[in-house]
Design a protein around this ligand. Sequence first.
Ligand SMILES: Cc1ncc(COP(=O)(O)O)c(C=O)c1O
Length: 426
Amino acid sequence: MSGFHIQNNALYIDNVALSDIAAEYGTPSYVYSAQEITNQYDRLANAMKKALPADRQPLLCYACKANSNVAVLAHLRSLGSGLEIVSEGELHRGIKAGFDPQKIVSTGVGKQASEIAECLKAGIHQFNVESLPELEHIQEIASGMDKVATVVFRLNPNVTGGGHHKISTGRKRDKFGLNRRSIFKGFEMAKDMSHVNAIGLSIHIGSQVFTVEAFKQAFEKMPEIVQDLRAEGYTIDRLDIGGGFPIIYSDEDLLDLDAYAQWVNDIIVPLDTKIIMEPGRYLVGNAGVVLSKVLYVKDTQDQRFLVLDAAMNDLIRPTLYDAYHGISPVQNIDATKVLYDVVGPICETGDTFSVDRSLPIMNAGDLAVIQSAGAYGFCMASNYNTRPMPPEIFVKGDNVSVIRPRQTYNDIIDIEKIPDWIGQKG
Ligand SMILES: Cc1ncc(COP(=O)(O)O)c(C=O)c1O
């Protein structure tokens, strides 16, 4: 059996009991299933294979902001994935993980000079441009390096998508993309630029987008603008249709991937361009858990708290986005259920993973997992409260590999310096 499953009333990842991983590597820890990532990649690729002609298959560029550990990246690279990056750091990760730079696309509203230069040096596939000053900046840097930057312009379609207002990115008041008028202006400016080659458009309306209709609404903005740009003599060879595919955290109805693929076939394919997609969460979200231990069971008159050793610094989604995550014991999964507020040790009420959650009875020392933590989990972790960041552990079959060790207190504290000008007294 592969992925997360229950065997003898205990939770396993592939062939390995999560309790064995906790015994060996401690808690809290992030644990990822390579097989689950493969399954999701295949699901998405197969949906596109089914709906789109063989010669029009998209380049899937994994949005590595979701989970940027180099081992996860290398695994996705081995499946055939390209990469979407939003920073110089993510470029360096992509190179270390062995991606062909011609499969890397750079996005984001605030690309910095060194980031643009490093991307040009590496020879990435394209820059998804989000503003006209950014276009001028790219031209300036590319001309200084005597390189030609391939760019596409990100369209802001004024469509609401995304499972939470903080991750909805396609409304006209959002900071992302350009409106139609600015895109025409961008193409006009690029025509006179010596080191920029503008050849397409991109779009990304948000993350955890549940309705196919939101994608459809956004895609439907494409044909008209593509035709109008072509009528002005501009080349449109590439359409990057972004990411945003949702995963199940609770009991949501999952987006109908086949219907999505059909819209891509019906609306985007006839435009006769190369197609790029940027899936993040969908590929890795359900493939990871936070493995944690119950420190205390605290009963008050009104509440029963399960105090875990994992906290909001390890997984910030519940407090940042009010996100729901499944929680389960690792052993004795069949025990009688009671209501718990599941919390971490940090000195904020927001350090709460769930309220009034019905869970099998647990005691201090028992292990629990917070599910669906493979995306926007570890990569958003911090050292708040001087808590070391947890290790990341990758499992495939019987293989268990630490792909990032637990931070030590020295890792956190040794880089800080006390200036000479602070007095000795006290
Ligand atoms: C430009 C862009 N592409 C792709 C993604 C990935 O989104 P998701 O993880 O929902 O697929 C994001 C996420 O914020 C993004 O900003």
